[in-house]
Design a protein around this ligand. Sequence first.
Ligand code: NAI
Ligand code: MG
Length: 353
Amino acid sequence: MKTYKIAVIPGDGIGKEVVPEGLRVLESAGRRFEMNFSFRHFDWSCETYAKTGKMMPDDGLAQLRPFDAIFLGAVGYPGVPDHISLWGLLIPIRRGFEQYVNLRPVRLLEGIESPLKNVRPGQIDFCVVRENNEGEYSDVGGRIFRGTDEEMAMQQSIFTRRGVDRILRYAFELARTRKSHVTSATKSNGIIHTMPFWDERFHAMAQEFPDVRTDQYHIDILTAHFVRHPDWFDVVVGSNLFGDILSDLGPAVAGSIGIAPSANMNPERKYPSMFEPVHGSAPDIAGKGIANPIGQIWSGAMMLRHFGEAHAADAVERAIEEVLAQPEFRTPDVGGKATTETVGKAIARRLDK
Ligand code: NAI
Ligand code: MG
């Protein structure tokens, strides 16, 4: 029997509440589909930062390297600035392990009400593919003349042919497994160096995939189309910044942020990939036991798919849909009264059957 070694980082706030439900469902999937998991927990979090001054130890990446994947809850807590939790843990892992694909599926499920009028389950079903390693989120730049009238800040965007091509290629290949349609997010009218370069590479890549339909929109009107015509999209690819924005907007039109999953992937499998819900640590509801665990559980399904366990991944996704369709298994964010644990257990039970 195959054993997958998983590094588990629950993190902060509701991360600590939803991760156990994610693990519970993985265990059930393992029983049903004959896989073993060996989970090792790491207490890297803002709490650890408060004690040690570090989100993770200096050799953190070396400790994670031997694992097949990383299963993360969320990090961030009042009292620790968000750039510390982000640059102290998430970004080093995403960059150090070349997790250059951030994949976020957006699907409107039965039982979830979209904030949009007149959309039904099935009408929203697309994926946002975000470049996760370079682009606008770079630490190249600086500030001079601090505190004076001459003060100046500068931040460089980095777009490399290698970095752009590999994310575009991933998007086109993904589209071939779906509805064979890729939409590119651009802004080449305003950002006149990097974005025309992005567009050029997009057109070059499209030549290699003549069977895939393509279109592109400037990011401003694209956000409007997400709201007005979410049924237009199949795979949407964007730079780090545009992808970040779209990958929050997408889940928002499909209902609660509490159900949205994501994967930070190194498709070449040279390094472990990391699976985490889209949401953060939600300090406003932490400790109450009412966080929706579905984003975490669905991220587990993405991890199974990455391992090549497609049947198990499909079964988990089906169990999520079946459970959500029953009002008694909905947490307050999706209009119910259920607890985190009730929902996790209901999904796990479906898999055991
Ligand atoms: P958030 O996603 O934690 O919360 C936004 C709102 O959605 C809150 O009202 C929260 O109660 C609700 N919510 C989120 N997840 C939910 C769930 N599973 N079930 C029910 N309701 C849920 O975003 P926010 O408030 O901007 O950030 C809080 C902290 O989390 C910050 O420190 C931030 O830096 C961090 N964060 C971490 C992320 C990560 O680890 N990848 C991602 C986003 C934020
Ligand atoms: Mg974001």
